[in-house]
Design a protein around this ligand. Structure first.
Ligand code: KG4
Ligand code: ZN
Length: 342
């Protein structure tokens, strides 16, 4: 190991991205992500298709990450992989690879929680948050609000009771016939739409929990001629000239439902630093609204570059380094934990 810390290879295969990264200390030397286009035709991730695609991609992705870092396998001091939460068969590919690789090289293996990876991604922002900070993790699989203190102890303040925020974008995009993944398309369309066109209901739960199943149903009923009690223009106009307005109205409701618990948590905890991470943090309206919210309360906002917001192995590597330093290596008997919580 050199003075700047261990050279670590991290793998991430919890869903539909095969990712590998090489880190030295807190520095990311390479971060390679191979997405899977195979799922687009199905309107969502097909678990078995994902596992097979990971198997095809894992060796070339690791080789590319080592090449870009200018490292060879024999230089590595540790190998890490996500062991949960995620799709069991998908996790198994990266986890098995990492354990075998570490065993073969005779170096420590570290299993990492995917959600901890998203938390650590805040430190990959240009201006990392100061402790204590609130992290809003918003992805296709997760929506949670976490308070992180200076010893990196975290308290989960709230989580979604049903759909994740990204899942709501994807499902509503499917209802609107916009394809998968839905977030980027809805975001683009919403840009030219009127967010006040339809005032969708905003779900507000006690505490800091989230719920996005209601907004999805609200959009569905708006499009459904049987639900005549919902006042609306006709379906053709909604899916035609008013499509941007519909997208903007839906997006405005989601942003409000994300930021309302965040604002209450800022006031209740006194935290003056906020990080927004996960794939949905790419959303232009969420970014603008989060910036305005932080400005209003004199708080700083950290949003990592998009490549570190969507699933990647660099964030898993950062989390792995902390895990290794704090708890030491994981046993090679560690199995996948598809429902692992934070
Ligand atoms: O973090 P991520 O890559 O994967 C998970 O861990 O789930 O997040 C993917 C999610 C998808 O649901 C996608 O629709 C959403 O992030 N997303 C967006 C935008 N870009 C990606 N949602 C809203 N607006 C966007 N611009
Ligand atoms: Zn994720």
């Amino acid at each position: 190991m050199n003075a700047d810390g261990p050279l670590l290879l991290a793998l991430e295969t919890s869903c539909d991205d095969t990712a590998a990264a090489v880190l030295r200390g807190g520095r990311v030397l390479s971060s390679v992500v191979a997405g899977q286009m195979e799922h687009a035709a199905w309107g969502g991730v097909v678990p078995e298709v994902a596992s097979r695609a990971h198997q095809r991609a894992v060796v070339p992705v690791v080789q590319e990450a080592l090449r870009q870092a200018g490292a060879s396998a024999s230089d590595l001091d540790a190998v890490a992989a996500t062991y949960g939460p995620g799709l069991a068969g998908a996790l198994l590919v990266g986890l098995s690879f990492a354990k075998a690789y570490a065993f073969g090289l005779g170096v420590p293996f570290v299993g990492v929680n995917h959600l901890e990876g998203h938390l650590y991604s805040a430190f990959l922002a240009d201006t990392p948050p100061a402790f204590p900070f609130l992290t809003l993790t918003v992805s296709g699989g997760h929506t949670m609000l976490v308070l992180v203190d200076k010893r990196f102890r975290h308290t989960v303040l709230g989580r979604t009771r049903d759909d994740a925020a990204g899942e709501a974008f994807d499902k509503v995009a499917k209802l609107l016939g916009l394809g998968y993944p839905g977030g980027p398309v809805v975001d683009r369309l919403a840009h030219d739409g009127d967010p006040a066109f339809i005032r969708f209901p905003r779900t507000r739960l006690p505490g800091y929990d989230f719920s996005f199943s209601g907004i999805k149903t609200a959009v569905r009923y708006t499009l459904d001629p049987i639900h005549a009690h919902v006042p609306k223009p006709d379906r053709d106009a909604l899916l035609g000239k008013h499509l941007p307005d519909l997208a903007a109205s839906f997006q405005a409701a989601v942003v409000d439902m994300l930021l309302d618990p965040l604002e209450r948590a800022m006031l209740d905890t006194g935290a003056k630093a906020v990080a927004v991470v996960g794939g949905v943090s790419a959303n232009t309206s969420l970014r603008a609204a989060a910036e305005a919210l932080c400005l209003k309360h004199g708080a700083t906002l950290s949003i990592p570059p998009l490549r570190y917001c969507t699933d990647n192995a660099a964030m898993m590597g950062l989390a792995a380094q902390h895990r290794l330093a704090a708890d030491g290596p994981s046993p090679l008997t560690l199995g996948v934990a598809p429902s692992l919580a934070l």
